[in-house]
Design a protein. Structure first.
Length: 314
């Protein structure tokens, strides 16, 4: 057996039960291992799944005695995985079962360290590229920020998982909110084979915001948390870039800085749509009213230009 499907769940018994019944009914037992972890929920997910004979006979059902949060449960899925590859699932999505065999064929033939397959949101492809191919370092977030369907070769991920554990313990917001991204960062820096796969393996359920939160209890999509995430990635990738001779860390750092305005703008729109309109109008007016030479004369732009020239000369 080559692949495990790992499912973290927290207080969503009806959702995870429906997913598991789908997997048990449609996926041949010899194809994949199925592992679900109840993250210390209060709705009896572990007990109810364990008493469901149709599920319990095919699924490894585990439980965190206390709620550890998404990041630690994500890491535990790797520790519990007994196969070469682990595919992540959200407990309220469904698996496109007809594409599991083609996925397994590619994993067995190519042995990539990480695969980012397409997934479906409604009938639309919501991740990936039109063709299978390598993932560039600048695409580290695009390929892994949305976790369902991602496939990791467990052995290649161990160094990243060890560092991830340290960042989780230190309550670093990037690790708590996007642990799957951290592992991909380390794979890309190591030059491991990471690829887009032009094959959808997961269909998203009724779209809703995740319950993932940072150390202060902020939803991951809130403005305050988004700002902290940007700062955390900036510090982390800047530190990596000091010793990374491949240029991958610097490419990732540039990419995450490029997305800063969009990320904050999107967070404001979720948190307060009326304020977001004002924010966008204000930003547009500010830059439209400043000719290019005036923008270049701003102190912050001057400092950024000096920093960039110094970086390129180093």
């Amino acid at each position: 057996m080559l692949l495990s499907i790992g499912i973290p769940s927290y207080n969503r018994h009806e959702n995870v039960s429906a997913l598991l019944h789908q997997l048990v009914a449609e996926v041949e037992p010899e194809l994949v291992e199925i592992v679900v972890i109840d993250d210390g929920g209060s709705d009896g997910t572990y007990e109810r799944l364990s008493s469901d004979k149709g599920i319990a006979s095919r699924v490894r059902i585990l439980k965190n005695e206390v709620n550890l949060g998404y990041a630690s449960t994500f890491a535990r899925l790797f520790a519990e995985c007994s196969t070469e590859y682990l595919m992540l699932m959200a407990d309220d999505d469904t698996v496109l079962v007809e594409n599991i065999r083609p996925l397994l064929d590619r994993l067995g033939r190519e042995r990539p360290a990480f695969v980012s397959p397409q997934f479906l949101r409604g009938t639309a492809v919501a991740r990936g590229r039109g063709r299978t191919g390598p993932i560039a370092p600048s695409e580290f977030l695009a390929c892994s920020a949305h976790a369902p369907g991602l496939v990791y070769r467990v052995a290649d991920c161990r160094p990243g998982l060890e560092e991830l554990a340290d960042r989780i313990e230190a309550k670093q917001v990037d690790a708590l909110v996007y642990p799957q991204v951290h592992v991909v960062i380390r794979l890309l820096m190591a030059g491991a084979r990471c690829e887009w796969l032009a094959l959808p393996t997961v269909a998203e359920g009724a779209y809703r915001q995740s319950g993932i939160r940072d150390a202060d209890g902020n939803a991951y999509w809130a403005v305050e948390s988004r700002w902290r995430q940007l700062r955390a990635y900036d510090a982390l990738l800047s530190a990596y870039a000091q010793s990374d001779m491949t240029g991958a860390a610097q490419e990732m750092l540039h990419a995450q800085r490029e997305r800063a305005f969009h990320l904050i703008s999107s967070a404001i729109r979720i948190e307060s749509p009326a304020l977001a309109d004002a924010f966008d109008r204000g930003a547009k007016r500010r830059f439209q009213e400043r000719p290019l030479d005036r923008i270049r004369s701003l102190p912050i732009v001057k400092r950024a230009a000096r920093w960039w020239r110094a970086l390129r000369g180093s």
